[in-house]
Design a binder for this molecule. Structure first.
Ligand code: FES
Ligand SMILES: [Fe+2]
Length: 366
């Protein structure tokens, strides 16, 4: 395991961006969830009054109790019918101080006087979108630099909304996963792609890969490999969306979020256009879409199997026929450094890149 410092990414240990921290349905039981990301512990819960999702720092300022650790014996939880969520607030199981969605303590049952202003925990900016909960993480504490993750087809009844695959923890720095966006050379040996045309582009917060060709994992039920096009885009450092055409039109989503410095949690989902062509996806479409998601997952697991065992690539032996790894790594640095320095990195990486010997994606009709 290597750290952000080992990769010389910049000033911050954890990047700026929107990051997935849970699937929405994990919060529907109205029990708080103890989660850990960015080297910190958090309490994540859905307010009972408003239904909104709230993320607080985990440890109560009174005596440092974890506000969301599983608890079944405190009378705060027993009297709350199995939860310490109280309205839109969260009550500490130890002495019953209650924290509102803004993180401020608003009730101490055994105290009549003023509540100290320091009786608060940080409340984070979170949104629910794409069936998941996303936090805005910014080492400088700024407002979101770009809009939270979304996809217009998510609201379209002709498309099937997926369940997320929870792929668990990976003992790799996220740099190793982000490298994949420009890994031209692995497409044939790992995925069995023929890669007829290929290019990368870096533009602002987006890192893009366009490619087309046959595939040995993504094949039809008859084993036929269609001419598959994928336009794959990182929207900031934590979410990749790949628009796939040629088989079922779909968007593959891969989200990864740093847990500690050098480890990540990974999720995968595929949003599929109704395979029957129906304007409103049917039950049969849902089954077919879930099967397609499983096939796409097999393709991603081909990458994961390698990542599970590789050593950190701190000094790669790159060749001109590889994808633009060094450009992608410069692009990635913008998120590990102050916003004021962002343009310095973009000046060094923005543009379109074609590996030596490859045919540019845009050179032929799509
Ligand atoms: S430790 Fe939380 S209320 Fe005392
Ligand atoms: Fe891959």
């Amino acid at each position: 395991m290597a750290t952000t410092k080992d990769y010389r990414l910049g000033e911050f240990t954890f990047p700026r961006g929107w990051f997935m921290i849970a699937e929405s349905t994990e919060l529907d039981t109205y029990k708080p969830l103890a989660v850990r990301f960015f080297g910190k512990d958090f309490a994540l819960y859905r307010g009972r009054t408003s239904g909104r999702v709230i993320l607080l720092d985990a440890y109560c300022p009174h005596m440092k109790t974890h506000l969301a650790a599983p608890n079944t014996t405190s009378y705060v939880v027993i009297d709350g019918q199995g939860t310490n969520i109280d309205g839109d607030g969260l009550r500490c199981p130890y002495h019953a101080w209650r924290f509102g969605p803004d993180g401020k303590c608003d009730d101490i049952p055994y105290h009549q006087g003023a509540i100290p202003a320091s009786a608060c925990v940080k409340s984070w900016t979170v949104v629910e979108s794409l069936g998941a909960v996303w936090v805005w993480h910014d080492p400088e504490g700024g407002d979101p630099e770009w809009n939270h993750p979304s996809l217009p087809v998510w609201e379209d009844p002709a498309w099937v909304r997926p369940k997320w695959d929870h792929l668990g923890m990976l003992n790799q720095h996220p740099q190793e996963i982000v490298d994949n966006i420009c890994d031209y050379g692995h497409l044939s040996p790992i995925h069995g792609s023929t890669v007829e045309r290929y290019e990368n582009e870096f533009q602002g917060i987006h890192a893009i890969q366009r490619q087309c060709g046959g595939h040995r994992t993504l094949v039809t039920a008859d084993g036929v490999s269609p001419d598959l096009h994928t336009v794959t885009t990182y929207h900031g450092p934590g979410l990749l969306m790949s628009h796939l055409t040629g088989m079922e039109e779909s968007y593959m989503l891969i989200a990864h979020t740093p847990v500690d410095d050098g480890t990540i949690k990974v999720w995968h989902a595929v949003v599929v256009k109704s395979p029957s062509g129906s304007a409103v996806a049917t039950k049969t479409d849902q089954i077919a879409a879930a099967q397609f998601q499983n096939t796409v997952l097999l393709s991603f697991l081909q990458d994961m199997e390698v990542w599970n065992h590789k050593a950190p690539c701190l000094n790669g032996l790159f060749i001109p026929s590889d994808g633009p790894f060094m450009k992608a790594r410069i692009w990635y640095k913008q998120f590990y450094n102050p916003r004021a320095k962002k343009q310095e990195y973009l000046d060094q990486c923005e543009g379109v890149y074609i590996p030596k010997g490859a045919t540019a994606y845009s050179q032929a009709a799509v």
